[in-house]
Design a protein around this ligand. Structure first.
Ligand SMILES: C[S@@+](CC[C@H](N)C(=O)[O-])C[C@H]1O[C@@H](n2cnc3c(N)ncnc32)[C@H](O)[C@@H]1O
Length: 312
């Protein structure tokens, strides 16, 4: 991290905001449960939701113990009420719980656009989230070393527990399940199918400030990251170029919902990649459901750009 004190302060603040938001939610549900005007079947559902939320909060507090031990850091001056990636708990559910096939879409596409006979020596996954893509590709290629980088502590702590053979019990709370009200709360026992072979490492780091030597990796995957990373692609792409081996692969898959001012079309993204010391050898578009549980009445689908680029 360029400024560890600031980073710690930011995430301690987000963590405190998350705890407060869950407590507020629990209290407001308790008021509804106690109110005589609440529709009785809804009251029963609210009781389940409230118990699940309280249980999740206990689990998250226990999982986040390493962060709690870090001290206060430097408190943020702006956006002090932000939650950051705490809402992304759903990524843990999707990656290690739901059996909707969503996690396979990205990995299948990545395997298709890398050479068939690739003997992958090392893989860096940036913005790895709950790390299922990294885990699947590491296993598929029997990769000697995979490093999963993310800036959100919760997902890495969750993934590292699961991947190392542990279990994480989290409730999915789905108030808008119109078909089966009984399924508005589902307990997922998140587990990895098996422990990975070789070195499978987690790194809490900012992808715009990576501590790696030049030519450190054989391949880099950016799954739904280049538009989320917050840095102009014209600055971010050369960073990846520097740490890739000559002839190494940059594989991207994701939506293109960039921030205003640094928003690019697919054609512009490919041009920037080609101008940053890479040669794009394959690209295309893929439609992917995004964080779409079976139980929800709403589903988001993203139109995604994928490409493979070789370092020149
Ligand atoms: C849209 S999510 C995608 C997560 C996962 N790769 C997937 O495909 O489901 C973007 C991820 O990038 C991470 N991220 C955003 N900015 C980052 C940065 N500067 N450095 C490292 N990770 C970052 C977020 O914490 C989040 O996990």
């Amino acid at each position: 991290m360029p400024d560890p004190g600031k980073f710690i302060g930011l995430w301690q603040n987000r963590f405190a905001n998350y705890i407060a938001s869950q407590q507020r939610n629990i209290e407001s549900n308790q008021r509804l449960i106690a109110s005589p005007s609440t529709y009785p079947p809804l009251r029963e559902r609210l009781k389940k939701v409230t118990r699940a939320r309280a249980d999740n909060l206990r689990t998250i507090l226990e999982l986040m113990a390493p962060q709690q031990d870090l001290g206060p850091g430097t408190p943020p001056e702006d956006h002090a009420d932000a939650l950051g990636s705490f809402m992304l708990m759903v990524y843990l559910l999707r990656d290690w719980g739901w059996e909707t096939g969503e996690v396979d879409i990205l990995c299948d596409q990545v395997r298709e656009i890398l050479p068939d006979d690739l003997a992958l020596e090392s893989l860096l996954v940036l913005g790895a989230g709950a790390c299922r893509d990294a885990y699947n590709l590491h296993n598929h290629y029997n990769c000697p070393l995979t490093v999963s980088v993310d800036i959100a502590p919760l997902m890495l702590l969750g993934a590292s527990r699961i991947v190392s053979g542990g279990e994480l019990n989290l409730y999915q709370i789905q108030p808008n399940n119109v078909r089966n009200a009984q399924d508005n709360v589902t307990l997922w026992k998140l587990r990895a199918p098996r422990k990975p072979d070789n070195d499978f490492l987690f790194m809490l780091a900012d992808a715009t400030s990576l501590p790696f030597a030049e030519h450190a990796f054989h391949a880099i995957l950016t799954p739904f990251l280049i538009d989320a990373v917050g840095e102009d692609l014209r600055d971010f792409a050369p960073r990846l170029q520097r740490i890739l081996q000559p002839g190494g692969y940059w594989v991207n898959y994701g939506a293109m919902s960039f921030r205003p001012g640094i928003n690019y079309t697919a054609e512009e993204v490919l041009a920037i990649v080609n101008a940053s010391g890479f040669r794009v050898i394959e690209h295309g578009f893929s439609t992917k459901p995004h964080l779409a549980p079976r139980e929800s009445c709403q589903r988001t689908v993203y139109d995604c750009l994928y490409f493979t680029a070789v370092k020149e």
